[in-house]
Design a protein. Structure first.
Length: 552
């Protein structure tokens, strides 16, 4: 088959253009010059090249005045931003280039762009250039549900690759690992991991799942695990120790966990594995150490105190004055609230002679118990008048440890001084921030729209990967007066310009972003492409919205 093309060459100030033909004869490639176009202008040469390049659509080009149209294409700004950040963080590489890896990448991107179910993720792909950027073929919500199981099956490999990427960039903080757990309540009852347990969300009567998040010393998540809803916090530690030893180890390792998380059995397990720990002790444990003389109250007057012995753990002590003031203000507010209720009841008792005084007193006592101030507030009644009595000595005894905390570690002073121990424990707030963002702010881990155990674990992994991207964007946009969600919403408005020839989409051009979008992209160190391929892939959900929907 012959190919006709323009052969251009430049020699010094001279430019020549030849219209040539390549063809095959007797098994050899031959060349033939059809015409010398050197006398043509540059505009004419470009027109000829354009015509040859689009000769298959020449009829459409000839009728361009009526058949070529430009229309708004799918959204591209936020999608490209998140995809580019994911590539830089090593998430795309960890997920892989298979179809399942690409579907998983879309689930992560969709979680950042617009939280929801797998059904909503498919609908979102229809309004964003997901298939064009990720090189995906058509998919529906069933494919995404199956992809959650694939994520669970390959979770260890994905997490290990992400950790290796962090390590290669020097983002592993000298063997420190931060670990904490949270719970997420469920609206339904059919989730295979659902159970009643200690609900941190304050949702009584709701089944839940328990989620453990392991981060490196800088607060970057490296692993997530879902447990049954009735799993106790300390029971989740063993699997984390196993991860660190078998998959993420290398060099001295120190586990940092909150009070009640790392107890004696967990500490013993860490010691057996040659690991260290940093944790806080409970208030009863502090009181026991004060009683036996190991600690004394004067130490809390120092900015940061330390008590250690040759054969025992080191204790790092301090009092947080802000926390102490908050606790005092909280007690005062509770007392004022109880007094206001007593005043209302006393007025009612005076106006209603038949009102039962015993029931009124029982009501105030129950309210006092709920406010947790009954240990230092007394309640009595005389002549149908209820009164409160504040026991000053009891109140002083309760508030003497306000704002006080004691850290315990087996690290020596040579391995980490008191300030370093205190700072590492404070870093647990990074895990708490991850939970807040993942559960209620940008990512909305709940409601959990899945039922199977594998799907639940896959959903949690998607949220962890999405949080890693949000975390990075928050860091890069720190100097910009905008939240991550506001920045995402701004870039969602950047859409492609779709060129239609003969009613068919041919290409996606990316227009110049607005000044605000440019600032966001520059701060994120992301460069938009000038054009995208148009693969012409359409995605659609199998489940349609009900035709008869309420409008209220």
């Amino acid at each position: 088959m012959a190919t006709i093309y323009v052969d251009s060459a430049k020699s010094g100030p001279y430019q020549r253009h030849l219209l040539r033909e390549n063809y095959r004869q007797d098994g050899k490639v031959r060349h033939r010059t059809i015409a010398n176009l050197s006398s043509c202008s540059e505009q004419e040469i470009r027109a000829i090249k354009l015509a040859l390049r689009h000769k298959d659509n020449l009829d459409a080009l000839i009728s361009a005045s009526t058949d070529v149209k430009a229309q708004q294409g799918p959204s591209v700004g936020a999608l490209w931003l998140v995809y580019d950040i994911a590539r830089e963080l090593g998430i795309t590489s960890a997920l892989g280039s298979s179809r399942q890896g690409k579907l998983a990448m879309w689930q992560v991107i969709a979680r950042v762009l617009d939280q929801g179910s797998r059904l909503s993720a498919v609908r979102l792909a229809g309004s964003h250039a997901a298939c064009d950027i990720l090189h995906l073929d058509s998919f529906n919500e069933d494919d995404l549900y199956a992809n959650l199981a694939w994520l669970t099956e390959h979770q260890q490999r994905i997490e290990d690759k992400l950790f290796a990427s962090l390590k290669s960039k020097g983002a592993v903080e000298s063997g420190f690992y931060l670990y904490d757990v949270t719970s997420s309540y469920l609206e339904g009852t059919d989730n295979q991991l659902a159970a009643f347990g200690y609900n941190r969300d304050g949702k009584r009567g709701k089944r839940q799942i328990v989620i453990g998040l392991l981060c490196n010393g800088t607060g970057r998540p490296v692993s997530i695990e879902v447990f049954r809803g009735n799993t106790q916090d300390p029971a989740t530690v063993a699997s984390q120790v196993k991860k660190v030893v078998q998959r993420l180890g290398g060099g001295p390792v120190t586990f940092v966990g909150d009070r009640g998380m790392i107890k004696s059995s967990q500490i013993e397990s860490l010691v057996q594995q040659g690991m260290h720990d940093i944790t806080a002790i409970t208030k009863p444990q502090i009181e026991a150490l004060l009683a036996d003389g190991t600690l004394h109250m004067g130490l809390f007057d120092q900015e940061l105190a330390e008590v250690s012995s040759n054969d025992g753990p080191r204790y790092i002590l301090r009092r947080n004055p802000i926390r102490a003031a908050d606790m005092a203000a909280s007690r005062k507010a509770k007392l004022e609230k109880l007094r206001a209720e007593v005043d209302r009841l006393n007025i009612y008792l005076q106006e209603h002679a038949k009102a039962n005084i015993e029931k009124a007193v029982a009501r105030i006592k129950a309210r006092c118990e709920r406010l947790r101030i009954s240990l230092w507030v007394g309640i009595k009644s005389q002549d149908r008048v209820i009164s409160l009595a504040v026991h000053q000595e009891d109140q002083a005894e309760i508030q003497r440890l306000d704002g006080c905390y004691v850290l315990k570690t087996d690290l020596t002073a040579q391995e980490a001084d008191a300030k370093a121990i205190d700072n590492r424990y404070k870093d647990l707030t990074l895990v708490e921030q991850a939970f807040r963002t993942s559960k209620t702010v940008e990512l909305e881990m709940r409601p959990v729209h899945v039922r199977l155990e594998a799907s639940t674990r896959g959903h949690a992994l998607v949220v962890m990967l999405a949080y890693r991207i949000v975390q990075e964007l928050a860091l890069r946009w720190k100097a910009i007066d905008a939240t991550v969600q506001e920045g995402i919403d701004e870039l969602k408005m950047l859409c492609t310009m779709q060129i239609m020839i003969g009613g068919q989409p041919k290409s996606h051009g990316v227009p110049t972003p607005t000044a605000k979008a440019v600032r966001l992209l520059e701060a994120a160190r992301v460069t938009m492409p000038r054009a995208l391929p148009n693969r012409g892939v359409r995605v659609a959900t199998r489940k349609k919205l009900p035709t008869r929907r309420t409008t209220r």
